[in-house]
Design a protein around this ligand. Structure first.
Ligand code: FES
Length: 163
């Protein structure tokens, strides 16, 4: 259940829009930040706030790569799966991450730290192959660079746990 404060904020934003649907994606991002992903409960709440049917909202949610209908890890890795990155061997990037994290595309590591997902072009074509992790962009990926990034994130997670 959403806290009253967040519900009020979203209601005000939605009321100020010419068409409540304009606020649908932003509202889902807010709800996702609160719940961690767009759970069925979050979808129902969004549907009520926006005055959209669950089906209309579902169509929108499944269109956007960064709206998650399933739980995701602390770090969501989106590897670019579009033409320029294909030409720069994006499959070796995917394979390297899969083997290093022991996770399949669409899955989350057993420790809940990483989710691996494909994404359409992220506008970093001049630095292909590319990926984002929690919206931060990384380009010119090599196995060594990927290892450095993953090690740093694992260290950060460990550090956060010991704080
Ligand atoms: S095709 Fe991969 S960043 Fe554009």
């Amino acid at each position: 259940m959403l806290p009253d404060e967040l519900k009020k904020l979203l209601s005000e934003r939605i009321a100020s829009a010419e068409d409540p649907r304009e606020q649908a994606v932003d509202a889902m991002f807010e709800l996702q930040s609160y719940y961690g992903y767009m759970s069925d409960e979050a979808m129902t709440e969004a549907s009520g706030l926006l005055g959209m049917t669950p089906l209309e909202l579902e169509e929108l949610a499944t269109f956007y790569d960064h709206i998650y209908r399933e739980p995701v890890g602390r770090y969501v890795i989106h590897v670019c799966d579009s033409a320029i990155c294909w030409m720069h061997d994006h499959l070796s990037v995917v394979d390297h991450i899969r083997s290093q994290l022991n996770v399949e595309v669409g899955g989350t590591t057993a420790d809940g730290l990483f989710t691996l997902l494909p994404v359409c072009c992220i506008g970093y074509c001049d630095r292909a192959p590319a990926m984002t992790i929690n919206r931060r962009v990384f380009g010119r990926l090599t196995p060594e660079k990927i290892d450095r990034i993953l090690t740093r994130l694992k260290d950060q997670a460990q550090f956060a746990e010991t704080e």
